[in-house]
Design a protein around this ligand. Sequence first.
Ligand SMILES: [Cu+2]
Length: 125
Amino acid sequence: MPKRSLFLLAATTVLVASLIGTSTPAGAAPTRDDAPIGTVDVVIAAFTYLPDPVVERAGRRVTAINVDSTVVNAIPGHSITANNGAFDSGVFRGVRSFRAPRRPGLYPFHCIVHPFMRGLLVVTR
Ligand SMILES: [Cu+2]
């Protein structure tokens, strides 16, 4: 892995940890469905979807953060688009949410801007 990717991964990890850390009061059990703003299910960094695969329960909200595309760089937004059309985040910068399919199964997805970006959403009951 190139040094730059490692840096981005480390920076992303810190970012996600701080987001999750501030979204859940101490001692409270997090509930994914009623997740407050700040809970992230998918991170897009260095043209990679993390984690791989993404796992979510049927019909739940999937929240993604794109840390690649900022106002100070020229990287266009990314999308999380199901290969079979079951969901589509649309192209976005920053944070975007969409609904996981209601039918459990394996949903390969890609970025419509960068077709080489591939991921898998595992939808559970
Ligand atoms: Cu992309």
